[in-house]
Each structure stands twice: as C-alpha cells, then as structure tokens.
Design a protein around this ligand. Structure first.
Ligand code: DP6
Length: 420
C-alpha cells in the first residue's frame, strides 16, 4: 500500500449543438476560431459522456486512457495530452502555494470515458468527451473555485473547439477572442436552461454509408480556399450573434428558427464553396429541409410563425429544435415521411410509456392532417425509403457537467465520499 492518497473523480458532460456554427481556425494548435459561435446544450439524462479519472502512484506505466473500453494512445503531445497537462499545471501551482495540499499533480493518471450513445448513432462525441475529461480532472485536482467554468472551457477548447461550449448548460456562446495566446477565447453562458426549459430537440439520424470529411480537416480547407467564408466571418456571424442572443432572451422561437436555419445553410454553403467542395448533407437531409420549410411556410401563412428549426453539423443528420408543445405533431410528420425509424420515446409522446422502444414502425404512420398547418402541401416530398432516417432521439435543453462521484479529499485523507 502506498502512503499517498488515492483520488478518483467521475463527471458527466453533455452534447451541444450549435445554432451559430464554428467553422474555421485562426490558430490550429491552440484551437482559436475565426468566428464566435452559439449552441444549445442538450440534456445529459439522454446523451452524455461519463469520465472517471484516478491518480495513483502504483500506475507504473504512466498516464493511460480508455475510450469506450478501448485504450487510446495519449502520446507526448496532441489534444488529449494538452488537456491533461493544462489541468495538471494548475494543480501543481496550487500545491506549490499551499503546503497542506497533497502532492497528487505528479501522480500517473488512469482515465476511462464512455458515451451513452453509440458512435454508430452518427453523433459527434468529441465535444461531450473533452468536456467530461476536463470537468473530471478539475474535480480530481480541486481546481474550482480557483478556476471557473469559462477558465476550464479554455482547456476543453484545446481538445476540440466545440467542447468548450459543453462546460455550460443552457445557451452558450464561444467568444472567439482576439489575443494570440487564446486567453480570451472561451465559453460563456448566454442563458441557463431554466430560461427556456420548453425548448426541445429531435435528432434525426440519417443513414449514410460513406465516411465524410472530418470537421478538423474540412474547416481548414474552407479557411484556405473559400471567399464566402471571409464574408461569413466579417459580416454574417457578428450580426447573427447579436440577433440570436436577443431571440433567446425574448423566447422568440420564430426568430430563433430563422437564424438557426440561415446559419446552418450559410455554413453548408461555405463547405460547398471550398475547393474541392465538401458535401455534408445528402438527399435525405435535403428532404428534411424541404419538409420543414413547407411546414413553416404554411404555419406563417396561418399567422403562427415558424415552429421548427433545422440545423446540420459536419454530416447528414438533422437536429430539429421546437417548442415542447409542437413535438408530438412534428414526430408524427417525420415518422410519416420517413418510415421504419427506431425511436425511444423519452417523453412518452406515443403513449406506450416513457422511454418505450419503438423499433422501426411496422405500419405506416398517417400524416396528422388535423395538426399540420392549414394549407400544408402534403406532396412537398414523397414518403421516403424505409429506414432513410434510421433513428430519432428526442431530448431537450439541459444542464452543464455534473460531478457524479469523488473519492478522497485531495488533502491526503482518502475515504471522503461525495455523491450526487
Ligand atoms: C460543424 O469542434 O469537431 O460541429 O475543433 O477541429 O475538433 P475541432 O472541430 P469540432 O468542429 C465542430 C464543427 C461543427 C459546428 C459547431 O459545433 O459549432
């Protein structure tokens, strides 16, 4: 037995989906973006990464990390190493200042991280993964209150840019900053989840056999070749960030939808403006766009404003944002045009119980003609091939990282257990 304290911490962190997209770096090492971005944090009751870290003198092979049960090389440099060393450095400084703190910064770490959603679901896990890593090391090393969530977001940012926004719940801005050091490139809370708790998301996982261009490589090709991106950086995003903050502040879904869809389309236009062009959306993605646009057109004609917002990241999946009260209708519309879709009914919209599993509907789902806006053109798109949308995930705006468990108080008296 070593005389050193054994310290472990477990945290979970959420996924976030941007409504004003980050696309392009001005510094690829520090991961400093070319424009501000803004996202909605999704509920980690449904989608999350969970990370446990343990510092122990007996870990003779040094720092090691397992991702979904498979060991990943941490290496001596690169994104994982940077995140770990940034946290370690702060702890080391704290230990140097306060002699009563246990010297744990020098101990090797074992880290394991798991996502509760399969990678095959087609959802990027790097944002929640790096946020969970930084939140866990912060809990392990007792970095709070020395550092706040914005400080920690700068560490997560160096793992994956979008990860910095997963350090907060609710509505989150990543301010690009101007300093070369990256010290002012961090995430801040625009509004907590409680500000607009009825905002929900329906993720449409679209089947796609081919592997797309990874975002890290794709965005730098856009920076190097797209004139449209320069316009986006200078003119489009600054005005849109302001308008989006206002839409969120006012719970103005119509404007929120307008801005979200326009920004998704502008980002994908920049991808297309890249040489050679990058295509992330496919025919099924575009069919969802046409359907939502027609639904909104008819709703606006009725005087009810836009009721659905679509947004697409670096892949074909759609994320639909809508108010809670609209989701039953939207779900039925999507299941009508995209038959045979797997759906775990988180909020019991279909009445078979919360979280009931609906595996690829056996029978056609009728269009809820009484619920769609008057004048909605049913022939806007044909009913698609079964399984074109593989899976639907229904979730809502959520909170920031959670400390699930810590063991040992960091002062050398192992055995203090705290759970939440
Ligand atoms: C399209 O954060 O995955 O999802 O910083 O290179 O790791 P790296 O890129 P990443 O890019 C995400 C791009 C996006 C838009 C967004 O989330 O803002």
């Amino acid at each position: 037995m070593s005389s050193q304290p054994i310290i472990t911490a477990t945290c979970s962190a959420p996924v976030n989906i941007a409504v004003i997209k980050y696309w392009g770096k001005r510094d690829t090492k520090l991961i400093l973006p070319t424009n501000d971005s803004l996202s909605v944090t999704l509920d980690q009751d449904h989608l999350r990464s969970v990370t446990t870290a343990r510092a122990d003198i007996s870990f003779q092979k040094g720092d090691r990390l397992w991702l979904n049960g498979v060991e990943e090389e941490i290496g001596t440099e690169g994104r994982l190493r940077t995140c770990i060393e940034e946290c370690r450095k702060v702890r080391k400084g704290m230990e140097a200042k306060d002699g009563s703190l246990a010297k744990i910064s020098g101990l090797p770490l074992h880290i394991c991280s798991e996502n509760n959603f399969p990678t095959a679901a087609g959802l990027a896990s790097s944002a929640s993964g790096f946020a969970a890593l930084v939140a866990t090391l912060a809990a392990l090393y007792g970095l709070k209150p020395t550092l706040n969530s914005s400080d920690l977001s700068k560490f997560a940012r160096q793992g994956s840019g979008s990860a910095c926004r997963s350090l907060f719940g609710g509505f989150v801005a990543w301010q690009s900053g101007t300093e070369a050091s990256g010290d002012d490139s961090l995430a801040i809370e625009v509004a907590p989840r409680e500000h607009w708790p009825t905002l929900q998301a329906l993720i449409c996982v679209v089947s796609d056999a081919k592997k797309g261009t990874p975002s890290t490589a794709g965005m730098q090709r856009t920076v190097a070749t797209s004139p449209l991106l320069q316009h986006r950086i200078k003119d489009v995003v600054p005005a849109r960030m302001e308008a989006m903050r206002k839409a969120i502040k006012d719970h103005d879904f119509d404007s929120f939808a307008d801005l979200t869809m326009a920004d998704s389309n502008n980002f994908h236009a920049c991808a297309l403006d890249t040489a050679p062009p990058i295509f992330y959306m496919n025919d099924v993605s575009r069919a969802i766009v046409q359907l939502v646009e027609e639904f909104n057109r008819a709703s606006v004609a009725e005087g009810k404003g836009k009721r659905i917002a679509y947004t697409y990241d670096a892949g074909p999946n759609a994320v639909l944002y809508a108010e809670e009260k609209e989701m039953k209708t939207i779900l039925a519309v999507i299941r009508h045009y995209f038959p045979n879709t797997d759906f775990d009914d988180t909020f019991n919209l279909l009445g078979a119980g919360a979280n009931a599993s609906h595996r690829g509907a056996q029978e056609a789902v009728p269009l809820p003609t009484n619920e769609v806006p008057k004048g909605f053109n049913e022939n806007v798109i044909p009913v698609q091939e079964p399984g074109a949308v593989r899976r639907l995930i229904h979730t809502r705006v959520g909170d920031g990282p959670r400390v699930l468990h810590t063991w040992g108080d960091g002062k050398g008296t192992a055995g203090d257990v705290k759970e939440s």
